[in-house]
Design a protein around this ligand. Structure first.
Ligand code: NAD
Ligand code: MG
Length: 395
């Protein structure tokens, strides 16, 4: 490596953002922070600015910007505070930063992530929704700009590590299939009857991983695995038939690649996102992520099961959406964001998340979005459809 990497961390106050800063704090000789961004969590963002002294901090509302400016003035921190989507796009594509960590949750991350890609950055992608929505447009933009796309999502990071360096395509590398693992979440064995009464607090309590609220609910419904299935198709230029979902409750193996000669290569480690984050930050080198080594002698077996699509209809719907192609993944992702929000604020029950998605997908028709605007239009339309189904369920 030559020189110091300058980073923009989009979504620095979140679970992935905070883990990223934890890794960076241990390697100040290699990395410097150019910009940090958050929605409205100004107290934490102010602390992060005091610690990392970025050139810019971006928040999404005027009120948050005012409060952050006051907090930074009190602490005598020189970071300049900017506000709104256009500023997010600017710090994601600024020439002063060569690396962008895309760690905003949901569709809100699409445009800044695409801006980083368009500007040819090294993009560390956690924001899977951006790739699910952007699809072909996203991967074409990577090729056109020469951006380097590195997967932070633990499964995709594992697959990336299990593939040969200089990976071109599955066939040329002798890959038979990708084995995408998932824990099955907190309700892997819960009776369907008991699922009716599941609360947001129960749904976000993941057995192995500590994550933001939205992805935690997605893990409970296995929509997260569905989004990851779509993410893997785009990242590794795979067809749906090339990827098999494997339920592995211990979350020790983070995914595997099966080769034509019968070899299965797996990546293992503790369920700690600092490992894939550090892998991407230093790639192709390795740095200390401050993660305790995995104690193999303490493991009590590794189990593998096929997914139960009856119990996890969201996973099936995501796989179908990818097979349908076009704007189906955009619609599914949008409807899911609306349904998860409604579940988290207790407007609908847990099982109704899948009902809302099914109602939107059953009638969805949509060809390939040819522009970012077309993606945003499909996203908007599916949100409206999900909201009207939620209204109907409440009546
Ligand atoms: P989080 O909710 O903890 O953090 C989200 C971040 O995005 C915060 O900084 C928040 O301020 C910012 N944000 C939220 N809404 C915004 C908006 N409208 N505009 C601008 N910024 C906004 O989420 P997380 O768990 O860190 O997940 C981030 C992304 O990484 C998600 O796409 C998730 O699927 C993915 N991911 C997370 C994990 C994990 O372990 N947490 C693992 C793999 C992938
Ligand atoms: Mg994951």
């Amino acid at each position: 490596m030559s020189g110091v990497d300058a980073l923009t961390v989009l979504g620095s106050t979140g679970s992935i953002g905070s883990s990223t800063l934890d890794v960076l704090s241990r390697h100040s000789d290699r990395f410097r922070v150019f910009a940090l961004t958050a929605n409205t969590q100004v107290a934490l963002l102010a602390q992060q600015c005091a610690r990392f002294e970025p050139r810019f901090a971006v928040v999404m509302t005027d009120k948050a910007a005012q409060t952050l400016r006051a907090l930074l003035a009190e602490r005598k921190v020189a970071t300049e505070v900017l506000c709104g989507l256009q500023s997010l796009i600017e710090v994601a594509s600024a020439v002063e930063a060569n690396t962008v960590v895309a760690a905003i949750v949901g569709a809100a991350g699409l445009e800044p992530t695409m801006a980083a890609v368009g500007a040819g950055k090294k993009v560390l992608l956690a924001n899977k929704e951006a790739l699910v929505m952007g699809g072909r447009l996203f991967t074409s933009a990577v090729k056109a700009s020469g951006a380097v796309l590195l997967p932070v999502d633990s499964e995709h990071n594992a697959i990336f590590q299990c593939l040969p360096s200089g990976f071109t395509c599955l066939q040329a590398c002798g890959v038979r299939k990708i084995l995408l693992t998932g824990s099955g979440g907190p309700f892997r064995e819960t009776d369907r009857a008991a699922l009716t009464a599941v609360t947001p607090a129960q749904a976000v309590a993941h057995p192995n991983w500590s994550m933001g609220r939205k992805i935690s609910v997605d893990s409970a419904t296995m929509m997260n695995k569905g989004l990851e299935f779509i993410e893997a198709c785009w990242l590794f230029d795979a067809a749906p038939k090339d990827i098999e979902v494997v339920v592995h409750p211990q979350s020790i193996i983070h995914s595997m690649v099966e080769y034509l000669d019968g070899s299965i290569v797996a990546q293992m480690g503790r369920p700690d996102m600092r490992t894939p984050i550090a892998h991407c930050l230093a790639w192709p080198q390795r740095i200390n992520a401050a993660v305790e080594p995995l104690d193999l002698f303490a493991l009590r077996g590794l189990d593998f099961y096929p997914p139960d699509f009856g119990r996890f209809p969201c996973l099936k719907m995501a796989m179908q959406a990818m097979s349908e192609g076009g704007s189906y993944p955009v619609a599914l992702n949008a409807a899911n964001e609306i349904a998860v929000d409604a579940f988290l604020d207790e407007t609908i029950g847990y099982l109704q998340i899948a009902e809302v998605l099914a109602s939107v997908m059953d009638v969805w028709r949509g060809g390939e979005p040819e522009s970012l605007l077309a993606v945003k239009e499909a996203d908007f339309e599916a949100r409206l459809a999900a909201e009207s189904e939620i209204d109907r369920l409440r009546r």
